[in-house]
Design a protein around this ligand. Sequence first.
Ligand code: ATP
Length: 457
Amino acid sequence: MAEQAPSKVTMEKLVSLCQRRGFIFPSSEIYGGLSSLWDYGPLGVELKQNVKQAWWRAIVQERDDVVGLDASIMMHPQTWVASGHLQQFADPLVECKRCHLRWRTDEATDNSCPSCGGELTEPHLFNLMFKTFMGPVEEEASVIYLRPETAQGIFVNFQNVLNTTRKRLPFGIAQIGKAFRNEITTGNFIFRSREFEQMELEYFVKPETADEWFDYWVEERRKWYVSLGIKENNLRLREHTKEELAHYARKCYDIDYLFPMGWAELEGIANRGDFDLRQHAQHSGKSLTYLDEETKEHIVPYIIEPSAGVDRSVLAFLCDAYDEEPDKEEIRVLLHLHPTLAPIKVAVLPLSKRENLVQLAKEIYADLRRSWMVQYDDTQSIGRRYRRQDEIGTPFCVTIDFQSLEDNQVTLRERDTMNQIRLPIAELKKTLAAKLAGEPLFVLPPGGQIWKEERKE
Ligand code: ATP
């Protein structure tokens, strides 16, 4: 693999940029924040939606073998008995008898509290699911849980989807939604939080084809990240050892990303075998089989599950996009976000606040907004405005100057190359559409001109 320049991103820089520019804030910040919970600000919500939309397009809309689902977050408590989460989804913890902090057994190795040195209790299992009560009485019979993964909502709807869509194997059901885990080890910004979103696909296959489909989905998912701009060298595949495998999994690969704190899981792809459908059939008493029309046999399909985290993807896309360039005494910070993911696609910038310029700029702004997320900015110098857009990853800026009033032309400037061209307003939308769809270079209109934005040195 080709050598790569060391990344300029650190978690501190990213957290600071995210807060400063309105991507991500600590949850309930005015009350001092709440540990490992985050709120997405005006730019963050756009980026996150674009990530989810790109996944949904690739997994559901562009395929004819996958359908979507949106199941409820709270499910029948028997779900978690059948899935194994009530018995298995637990970490052994020790508690400090003095300060009552809880630690994972591997964090408190010398049998004293890493925080205050106090004596520790014997280890006991601590379930990672959030518990609550449904209905007016807080008693054992009304205990329910917030789902720790979206997958179970898909398994319990297997028969509903099969009956209503008449899909034949292999086919998949996809879902994006919130999941909750009372994680013990948190930190690293949005990498591991207690409330997060997952994008999960459960792909049902004939058992004898499971290995083939497993390999297919590992490659498909790896390619998805690359297609949205993640550098290949920052991704690796890691197979789970026998000891690591979850109780339901026959085989599992992690797609790891090289985050600033090191390699860590971005997405897991598991061969879940027939574990889930068998468990739910047994606990519900309902048949969850598939009639193979060729052999006339009822079979229990195997499941291949690519399970990705929305927030971890957002973090990976941000880390990968982050860049710094020298720019006179300052540093030009920019996010090379893929146009599909960039929160703002185009910024409209009139050179001055003079009325006739503003009027033309606003007309262009109104027109572009019908197609894209566009920002209008007429404050401060044009150089500063370009830098502000670079820092939030806006791929294109349109500048309207006094000459525009005479010749009906504007300047289009590209974030990554800082190249600029002048083109007729009538050509603007068409050119932007082509560029945002991934055309590599400006297509010059007849007689057109291309030049470099002047740097400050
Ligand atoms: P980890 O061991 O890193 O906590 P996991 O192996 O428990 O992750 P899975 O159960 O495989 O995670 O969940 C699938 C995906 O959901 C993960 O690859 C990750 O992207 C995301 N995910 C899981 N837990 C969290 C969390 N606490 N915060 C953010 N994303 C999460």
